[in-house]
Unconditional design. Structure first.
Length: 307
């Protein structure tokens, strides 16, 4: 049996067992001894029910793609590296990937990273102002690899954008299928809002966590706002083409002339749950990279390969 499938089945079994009030700890122990999901290894029956349930949510059943498809992924990655280096467009590509994925609604199972940003209807959403530029820049590369879905291609662009600017290497699992209908407008976060809004969008709608919200916000270390697109102007960091933990350092050091702090950024520092993550990431770039990798992967796979 494929080890990934075996691990997935064991994890589902673990979740089923812990729902039973009289289950013996030895049962959980035997099951947990073999669970490895998302880089997390669970050995002990003392692991909390919440931990196991959270791990269960991470189980994925990735589709098998052909060798030709995998070769196309690698070829597209090489081309994307060249494009991003030439055009300095990493922030734009990351925004495209995020906005493509961030429309997922866990209640209706609609939206998500399924290539619908190729449609004029979704590009015309107010939150997507300027992303038509990203779509146009990417199309010549997409034409070279027609076997790839737009869904995979747009998410791959986001992965490469982080990698080539010095950020962590995000795992990429190909096999997303393109959807034919774009999501309704209004599902993406509003930068003028605070903590309650962020949790409504990221946790209630998408199914992510408080930690994911803060880690993903650190992606604003790349790029800048443009007044004609968002109503705001300026970068978050001194070097908006380098992926590091500068976003959090700037946030904890206070406002500076020429640098941007949106209401949604300030909410991270004022919220008692968000704030410890902000301070942790400002002090420890490795911790930020680790949590960002997990959060980006989750975002890029919302609604995809669910077991």
């Amino acid at each position: 049996m494929d080890s990934a499938i075996a691990d997935s089945r064991l994890l589902v079994l673990a979740e089923n067992e812990i729902e039973m009030p009289n289950v013996q700890s030895s049962v959980i122990s035997r099951v947990c001894a073999f669970i490895f999901v998302g880089g997390v290894e669970v050995h002990s029956p003392r692991a909390s029910l919440l931990q196991l349930k959270e791990l269960a949510k991470m189980v994925k059943s990735y589709p098998t793609v052909s060798e030709e498809y995998l070769q196309a992924v690698q070829g597209a990655k090489r081309k994307l590296r060249g494009l991003i280096a030439e055009k300095n467009c990493a922030p734009l590509m990351l925004r495209l990937a995020w906005h493509s994925a961030g429309t997922f609604d866990q209640c209706t199972k609609t939206g998500g990273p399924f290539g619908t940003m190729r449609f004029t209807g979704e590009l015309s959403h107010a939150a997507n102002n300027g992303l038509d530029i990203a779509v146009r820049l990417l199309q010549p590369i997409k034409d070279q690899f027609p076997i790839l879905s737009y869904a995979d291609f747009y998410q791959l662009a986001g992965v490469v954008a982080v990698e080539v600017t010095g950020g962590p290497e995000i795992p990429f699992h190909p096999g997303r299928e393109d959807k034919a209908e774009p999501p309704v407008e209004g599902r993406l976060p509003n930068a003028t809002q605070g903590s309650d809004h962020l949790r409504t969008v990221f946790i209630k709608q998408m199914g992510l966590s408080d930690k994911d919200i803060v880690a993903l916000s650190g992606g604003h270390t790349l790029g800048r706002c443009h007044k004609e697109r968002s109503g705001f102007e300026g970068p978050w960091t001194e070097n908006p083409l380098i992926f590091d933990n500068s976003y959090f350092k700037e946030l904890v050091s206070g406002e500076k002339e020429g640098l941007l702090q949106l209401p949604s950024d300030k909410a991270l520092l004022s919220d008692p749950i968000f704030s410890p993550f902000v301070k942790k990431y400002a002090e420890d770039e490795n911790a930020f990279f680790e949590d960002y990798t997990e959060a980006h992967l989750k975002l890029s796979e919302l609604g995809y390969a669910e077991a």
